[in-house]
Structures are given as structure tokens and as C-alpha cells.
Ligand binder design. Structure first.
Ligand code: FMN
Length: 171
């Protein structure tokens, strides 16, 4: 992606999430920022996932995911999922989590809020699939402020790229 376009895209402020999936005994998660509410009644959210991610295949088959909202106190979650250590199947093995009551997707203990969501529609968008999903259950934490993309030094812009930035400007 051309530099100015990348900076423009990276300026679309987002939340910071961990999207989780489960299939049989497999439990897995990935950093996720392309997530937003897209309907009020019924409440629907959309998550965009690269077709080539390990997570993509599991969502395609199970039609469900967990959305774990990372708060300031759960920053270690983002550090972990950004690290090379997390780039393996079943990468929740070292984390504390439970399976959500309705859909059995992982709810991470360190997440501030966790949602379990059932996919109701999937739309192809270039190299990603947008999954529109209906929440089936929610767990609310103590009220910690959710992290946003402004709290990180890098922004996901698709592919293998992240764009680097700190409080003083682009890197
Ligand atoms: C801050 C951040 C946000 C990200 N957001 C997304 C996203 O919204 N969608 C996506 O497909 N990948 C996103 N990624 C990239 C995936 O998390 C990353 O490629 C991950 O390793 C894919 O995991 P998997 O192949 O094990 O499923 C993001 C990465 C970072 C660091």
C-alpha cells in the first residue's frame, strides 16, 4: 500500500480486541481491530478477518467467534498476540480463559469485556471476509477503559503489514 494511503487508513481509529474461536479441542485467538457495531436492533457487529488467517477457516466452519475487548489492565494480551509466540495453532494454551455459555468460544480472563457472537452473514471484501454476527452472550468486567489503536505504536493495515507510529508521529 502506498505510504500516504497507509497513513490515512491507519488513522481510522479502532478498538483493540482479541477474536477467539473454538473447534473441537482447538482453542485459538488473534489480535483484531477491524470490528464495529453495524446494527442497533437487532444488535449486530462486524469483524473483518483475512482469508488466509488460521482463524478464518475455523469461523467459516463454526460460524461463531468470541470478541474479547482489551482494557488498559489487559495490555499484556495485546503484547502476547502481537508477539511471535502467538503465531501457532491453539495459541491460548498459556492463557487463562473459560468457554462462553452459549457458543463455547474462549472468553479470556484478562479481557475487560467478552462477547460470544453467532455469524449471521459473511461478505467477501478483497482479501478479507466481513463476518456480521449477533451477540449471544456478554460478560462485563470492572469498568476498565478499553484500549484503542491510539494506545499502540503500530496499526494493522492488512496483509503482513503494520504501520509504526508513536505519540510524536509516523515512523
Ligand atoms: C493491532 C492488530 C490488529 C489486527 N487486526 C486484524 C483484523 O482486524 N483482521 C485481521 O484479519 N487481522 C488482524 N490482525 C492481524 C492478525 O492478528 C495476525 O495476522 C494473526 O497472526 C493472525 O492469526 P492466525 O493466522 O493465527 O489466525 C491484527 C494485528 C494487530 C497487531
Amino acid at each position: 500500500m502506498e505510504t500516504n494511503l497507509a497513513r490515512a487508513m491507519a488513522s481510522l481509529t479502532t478498538g483493540i480486541y482479541v477474536l477467539t474461536v473454538a473447534e473441537g479441542q482447538r482453542h485459538h485467538g488473534m489480535s483484531s481491530s477491524w470490528v464495529t457495531q453495524v446494527s442497533g436492533e437487532p444488535a449486530l457487529l462486524a469483524a473483518s478477518v483475512d482469508k488466509n488467517h488460521f482463524t478464518a477457516g475455523i469461523i467459516a466452519r463454526t460460524r461463531a467467534f468470541g470478541l474479547n475487548i482489551v482494557g488498559a489492565r489487559g495490555r499484556a494480551l495485546e503484547d502476547y498476540f502481537y508477539s511471535a509466540r502467538s503465531r501457532r495453532p491453539d495459541n491460548l494454551a498459556d492463557l487463562d480463559y473459560t468457554l462462553s455459555p452459549a457458543l463455547g468460544v474462549p472468553w479470556l480472563a484478562l479481557a475487560e469485556i467478552s462477547i460470544e457472537a453467532r455469524v449471521v452473514q459473511s461478505v467477501e471484501a478483497g482479501d478479507h471476509i466481513i463476518h456480521i454476527a449477533e451477540p449471544a452472550g456478554v460478560r462485563i468486567g470492572a469498568g476498565d477503559r478499553p484500549l484503542t489503536s491510539l494506545d499502540l505504536d503500530y496499526v494493522y493495515i492488512g496483509g503482513k503489514q503494520v504501520i509504526a507510529r508513536d505519540r510524536t508521529g509516523w515512523k
